[in-house]
Design a protein around this ligand. Sequence first.
Ligand code: I3S
Length: 128
Amino acid sequence: SQPQLLDDPHEVEKSGMLNKTKIAEGGRKLRKNWGSSWVVLAGNSLVFYKVPPTSVPAVWGPAGSRPESSVDLRGAALAHGRHLSSRQNVLHVRTVPGHEFLLQSDDETEFRAWHRALREVIDRLERE
Ligand code: I3S
């Protein structure tokens, strides 16, 4: 029978390239520094890698590579970031410890898919 992949907390919900900048750390405002990252949404975390995996169909980072950073989405707030940037398609994430960052894609479809996936994961974590 089919394994219950959707119930696996480490199953990757979504991954892809996004532009990202941190805007606050521990509630303290930071200067923006936009850059691109390979982003993996899985379990209760959003994990950032400098570069995408090279081997298909890997969705995590390059084999054996360490993430640049990761954030715990439990209790996080998600909103549209239109008031925080002149860029199109910006999401604003604020975590419980007061870390805030923006995620952006020029691709509207991708942006919507990320918005939906993050909303689903954050809502699911709230119910756990
Ligand atoms: O929120 P801001 O200050 O308009 O963000 C812009 C700055 O971070 C800017 O860097 P400098 O402060 O070094 O000029 C960036 O180049 C811009 O990309 C930032 O604005 P956007 O609208 O792209 O988030």
